[in-house]
Design a protein around this ligand. Structure first.
Ligand SMILES: [Zn+2]
Length: 632
C-alpha cells in the first residue's frame, strides 16, 4: 500500500464514504468515441405544470459510470447549467433500480455502478421549468415552448462531447409545430424523432415550438436554406409586411457579401414574439434563439431597439460558433471556460449587429447613429468604473462573476462591457485601417479574412489574440498589439472611432427617437447624463451614476422618489425641475425620497439642464460612418 492509497482510505473512513461509486473521480473528457447512441425522449406536453419529462437510454458496460449534466454552457460562457431544476432522477438497469451518488465536489456529476449483465441504463428525470421569471427564464407557456437539450439530458463522462452520438425525440402538444436545426427522421402522431447527431451539436440545436407558428423563407432559391421560424402569443402578431420581410432577407445577403462564406448547411432563426415566454438571444451554429416582445412586426416603430437582435445572433454563426476563442473551445460541457476573447466574440458581433442592421435596412441612418451615440455616451461618461478601477478586458470575466444578476451600482461595477465597449473598439479599428491605408482597407477586410474562409465548413476553428493581431497586420501593418491592449487593459478613450468616422458626440436637451423608444419600452426616464440617475414611472430609482450629481446629494439605487420640489413625483415634473434649474442657478432640484420606511429631503446641486447624447457631423471631414453603414 502506498501512502496515497492509505490517505484516501482514511479520508473515506473519516467522511463515511463507502463503495466504489462514492470514491470514483469524474473522468476527464477524452478524444475517443463512446460506444452506442444515447436515446433521449422528452415529453413536452405538460404545459400547465411547465414540466419536461425525460426518459433517456444510455448504452453502458458493467462497472463504474459517471453521468454529467451540462454545466458550462456555450453562449452563456458560464457555469449556469440549470441543475437546480433537475428533479426526480431515477436510474435503473434491466428493470432494477440502481443507487446513484452525486459527486460532492462536482454537483453536476452523478456516479453509478453498472451491474453485471447490463448493456444500458434507463435514466428518468424531470426538468422543472420556471413558474415565474424570478426563478429563471420562463420557457413553457400555453402557446409556446423553448427546449434546450442541455437541460433535458445527461451524458457519460470520459468522452469529448463530439465523440458521443445522440438521438432525440420529442412529444409536442397536439397540433403544435416545431422548429430546430435538427433534421427530422420520422413523425409519429405528436412525436417527432430527429436524426442521430453528435451530442455537442444536439446541445447546439434547441427547439422552439408553438401553437401559432409561421415559417418564412429568408433566402429564396438559395442552395443553403435560411428560414425565420416564428412562434407568437397570438396569431395576429405573425403578420409581416412585404417591407419587413425584405429587410430580413437583405440581412442574409449583406452578411454573405461581407463574409463571402458561411458555416452551416442550413440556418434557422428561432424567433418568439411573447410577453409570457422570457426573451432570449442565444447563438448556435445553424440556428439562434431570439425572443422579443409580441409587437416586433405589428408595432414596428416602437421596437427599434430590438431590431439588431437577429443580426447579432446570426453573426455568431461566423463569430463565436465557427471561429471561437481557443479558451472557450472546450471539449465538453463540464470543462471550465475562459472568456478572455469575448471582446472579439461578443464585441465584434455587437459591432456587426449595428452595422448589418443599417446595411439591411432594419435601421435607417439616423437610428443607427442614435444607437451609436448612446453607446458612445456610455463610454464617454456612463462607466466611471472603467475610468477608475476596471478594464474592458477584466469585464470579460463577468459571465462567470455576475451571471447577469442585477447589480447595485451597475455603472461603477461594470459588467459585460466587452459587448458595447468592444463594438466601439472595432469601430475605432475600422477608422485606423481607413486612416493607415488611405481608405483602401476597412473592417470588412478583417471580417472576410478572419471569419469568411472554408465555405460550408462548421467544425469549430479556434483562434488566439495573436491570430487576431496577425490578421490585422496582414491587412495593414501596424502595432496592433499595443493599439488593442491600450484599449482593453488601459484607460484610453474608447470613442475615438466616432471622430475618425467624421462625427462627434454631443449632448443636447432633447432625447433622440431611440432614447425615447427605449424609455417608453422599459418604462423609465434616462437622466444618466444630467442628474445622474434612471428612474421608473413610480419613482423607483434604477442606476445612480457613481460620483454624479444625484450620488453626491446622497441618492442611492434603493430609494424611491416620492416628490420633486414639493410636488408628487412624475418623470415629467422631474424633467421640468432639471430644466428650470438649468435656466435659473438658484432654482432647486429637491427630491423627497423614501428609503425603507424613512423619508428624507435631498437637494441635488445640478444646473446644466437635460442632456441626451447625439452624433453631430464634423464638416470638412469624410463621412466614413456613412460609408461603413451603406448597403453593399
Ligand atoms: Zn452575442
Amino acid at each position: 500500500m502506498n501512502i496515497t492509497c492509505f490517505s484516501t482510505a482514511l479520508f473515506a473512513l473519516a467522511f463515511g464514504l463507502v463503495g466504489n461509486a462514492a470514491l470514483a473521480a469524474v473522468p476527464a473528457p477524452q478524444d475517443v468515441p463512446y460506444q452506442g447512441t444515447l436515446q433521449i425522449k422528452v415529453d413536452a406536453t405538460d404545459l400547465a405544470r411547465r414540466i419536461f419529462r425525460v426518459h433517456e437510454v444510455v448504452p453502458a458496460q458493467p462497472g463504474p459510470l459517471t453521468l454529467l449534466y451540462p454545466q458550462w454552457l456555450p453562449g452563456n460562457h458560464s457555469p449556469t447549467g440549470p441543475i437546480d431544476k433537475l428533479a426526480g432522477l431515477k436510474i435503473s438497469a434491466n428493470g432494477q433500480p440502481l443507487a446513484w451518488k452525486r459527486d460532492p465536489l462536482n454537483v453536476y456529476a452523478f456516479h453509478v455502478e453498472v451491474p453485471a449483465g447490463a448493456t444500458a441504463l434507463d435514466v428518468e428525470f424531470q426538468y422543472l421549468t420556471p413558474q415565474s421569471k424570478a426563478q429563471g427564464r420562463v420557457v413553457m407557456t400555453p402557446e409556446m415552448l423553448n427546449l434546450q437539450w442541455n437541460a433535458v439530458s445527461l451524458y457519460p463522462a470520459g468522452h469529448n462531447a463530439n465523440r458521443i452520438k445522440a438521438q432525440a425525440a420529442v412529444t409536442y402538444p397536439p397540433g403544435w409545430q416545431a422548429a430546430t436545426a435538427l433534421e427530422v427522421a420520422a413523425t409519429n402522431g405528436n412525436t417527432v424523432s430527429y436524426q442521430p447527431i453528435d451530442y455537442d451539436d444536439l446541445v447546439d440545436s434547441p427547439v422552439y415550438a408553438g401553437k401559432y407558428f409561421k415559417r418564412v423563407d429568408l433566402a429564396p432559391g438559395a442552395s443553403t436554406p435560411v428560414h425565420l421560424n416564428i412562434v407568437a402569443d397570438d396569431p395576429k402578431y405573425l403578420e409581416i409586411s412585404p417591407e419587413q420581410l425584405q429587410v430580413h432577407r437583405n440581412l442574409v445577403q449583406q452578411m454573405y457579401k461581407m463574409y463571402g462564406a458561411h458555416h452551416y448547411d442550413h440556418y434557422d432563426f428561432l424567433f418568439s414574439l411573447s410577453d409570457k415566454m422570457s426573451g432570449n438571444g442565444l447563438e448556435h451554429h445553424r440556428s439562434s434563439e431570439n425572443g422579443v416582445s409580441p409587437e416586433y412586426f405589428t408595432e414596428w416603430d416602437k421596437n427599434v431597439s430590438s431590431r439588431d437582435l437577429l443580426p447579432h445572433e446570426f453573426n455568431h454563426s461566423w463569430n463565436g460558433k465557427y471561429r471561437r476563442g481557443a479558451d472557450l473551445a472546450t471539449p465538453s460541457f463540464n470543462v471550465p471556460m475562459s472568456d478572455t476573447l469575448l471582446w472579439v466574440y461578443e464585441g465584434q458581433t455587437q459591432f456587426w449587429g449595428y452595422v448589418m442592421s443599417a446595411r439591411a435596412g432594419l435601421w435607417n441612418g439616423q437610428q443607427t447613429r442614435d444607437v451609436l451615440a448612446y453607446a458612445a455616451a456610455t463610454y464617454d461618461q456612463g462607466r466611471p468604473g472603467l475610468a477608475s478601477w476596471r478594464s474592458v478586458q477584466d469585464t470579460t470575466n463577468d459571465p462567470i462573476i455576475a451571471r447577469r444578476s442585477p447589480l447595485p451600482y451597475r455603472n461603477y461595477q461594470s459588467s459585460e462591457d466587452y459587448y458595447v465597449a468592444g463594438a466601439l473598439i472595432w469601430l475605432d479599428v475600422d477608422g485606423k485601417l481607413r486612416e493607415l491605408s488611405g481608405n483602401k482597407h476597412t473592417i470588412d477586410d478583417f471580417g472576410k479574412a478572419f471569419f469568411g474562409m472554408a465555405n460550408g465548413q462548421w467544425d469549430v476553428n479556434p483562434y488566439t489574440f495573436a491570430d487576431v493581431v496577425k490578421t490585422l497586420n496582414d491587412i495593414q501593418p501596424f502595432d496592433w498589439t499595443k493599439y488593442l491592449r491600450e484599449r482593453l487593459d488601459g484607460h484610453v478613450s474608447l470613442i475615438g472611432g466616432i471622430a475618425s468616422h467624421g462625427w462627434k458626440l454631443v449632448y443636447t436637451d432633447k432625447p433622440s427617437a431611440v432614447v425615447k423608444a427605449a424609455e417608453s419600452h422599459r418604462g423609465f426616464a434616462d437622466l444618466t447624463y444630467s442628474l445622474g440617475l434612471t428612474v421608473g414611472k413610480t419613482g423607483d430609482i434604477g442606476d445612480v451614476l457613481w460620483d454624479g450629481p444625484a450620488f453626491k446629494a446622497g441618492v442611492s439605487p434603493g430609494m424611491q422618489v416620492v416628490a420633486v420640489n414639493g410636488k408628487a413625483f412624475s418623470s415629467d415634473n422631474l424633467k421640468e425641475a432639471i430644466t428650470a434649474a438649468g435656466k435659473d442657478k438658484s432654482a432647486p432640484v429637491q427630491l423627497l425620497v423614501k428609503n425603507f420606511d424613512e423619508y428624507q429631503t435631498l437637494n441635488v446641486d445640478y444646473h446644466a439642464g437635460l442632456k441626451y447624447p447625439h452624433l453631430e457631423r464634423v464638416m470638412g471631414t469624410a463621412d466614413h460612418l456613412g460609408a461603413l453603414l451603406k448597403a453593399r
